[in-house]
Design a protein around this ligand. Structure first.
Ligand SMILES: [Mg+2]
Length: 249
């Protein structure tokens, strides 16, 4: 049973609770060892699929290094081989970053997270008025780049990402090569940005799991990151990986 699954895990809001600032998330001490055991059990077929850069995931999960599809799939690393994600491949986006920074400079508690090949504007800690203005700013810059880039709205964040980059594409690309090829995808994610990936995983015969409340196309649901960790820790310790037995969404 176990040998035919490939596990794809979102990071923020799925493996860890969302923090007020993106750099303030807390990684449960049991998480990394459990993921390492689980990866071994799955013959290596375990990857983090996230909007974060690969390097940031490495920092959070050090000293382990996992396969990662980062920046919503702009960059991928499998068995230490990295593809995509070079900032110099995105001159039109890079050219607009200084103006984006200037436009939000006078907004309280609005943060720019410059990831090189994508740029996110965070307003989780902003007052409602500044949050609205931050959203308007990122929308206007995204509109200038419409076509090669798209705006991805998440929980108190708007991010300009290459249009070709989606978590769904990233999962499909990972499934084309060992150790993922030929396995059934299981994808856990929490955000509305994960819904497109849920749809493609479902269409390919995999199983998607929505973490937390909200409308979803996923057939399965877990309540929160704590429930996700409890499941992964049990699987890491040898419990049957019975995906069909998870609660219905
Ligand atoms: Mg998430």
């Amino acid at each position: 049973m176990t040998a035919d699954l490939a596990l794809f895990l979102d990071f923020d809001g799925t493996l860890v609770e969302i923090a007020p600032r993106p750099d303030a998330v807390r990684v449960d001490p049991g998480l990394v060892p459990a993921l390492e055991r689980l990866r071994e059990r799955l013959g290596g077929a375990l990857a983090i699929v996230t909007g974060r850069p690969i390097g940031v995931i490495d920092d959070f999960l050090a000293p382990a290094r996992f396969d990662v599809a980062g920046l919503h799939g702009v960059e991928r690393r499998v068995n230490d081989a990295v593809t995509g994600g070079r900032p110099e491949d995105h001159p039109d986006l890079r050219a607009r970053v200084p103006r984006l920074q200037a436009l939000v400079a006078d907004l309280d508690a609005v943060l720019i997270e410059d990831k090189g090949a994508s740029v996110a504007v965070h307003w989780r800690l902003a007052n409602p008025e500044d949050a609205q203005r931050a959203e308007a700013v990122v929308k206007s810059i995204a509109a200038e780049l419409d076509g090669p880039y798209r705006l991805q709205l998440g929980k108190a964040v708007g991010e300009i990402v290459p249009a070709s980059a989606t978590k769904g594409h990233a999962i499909r690309a990972l499934l084309e090569a060992p150790p993922y090829a030929g396995r059934r995808a299981v994808f856990l994610g929490d955000d509305r940005t994960d819904e497109l990936a849920f749809a493609s995983v479902n269409a390919d015969g995999g199983v998607s799991v929505r973490v937390g409340p909200g409308e979803t196309v996923a057939p399965k649901r877990l309540a929160d990151p704590e429930a996700v960790r409890a499941l992964l820790y049990a699987w890491a310790d040898g419990a049957p990986m019975d995906v069909s037995g998870l609660p219905e969404a």
